[in-house]
Write a protein that binds this ligand. Structure first.
Ligand SMILES: [Zn+2]
Length: 62
């Protein structure tokens, strides 16, 4: 007999933003129009660099 118990895994997507100049990294919740290498804007750490999305990944919630 087989149980079709589905393992429910909830994945929370995150977006990692990184400054191209000072490499400051910020993690935020994924927004629907986010994509890798999207320009976010000026860096708030060094006030000079451009912040890009460097990574998008999912974290499973327990
Ligand atoms: Zn910076």
């Amino acid at each position: 007999m087989m149980f079709s118990r589905k393992k429910q895994e909830i994945i929370n997507p995150y977006t990692v933003e990184q400054c191209a100049l000072c490499n400051a990294v910020k993690k935020k919740k994924f927004a629907e129009d986010d994509y890798v290498f999207k320009t976010i804007g000026k860096c708030s750490s060094c006030n000079n660099g451009t912040v890009l999305i460097s990574k998008i990944y999912g974290e499973s919630v327990k």
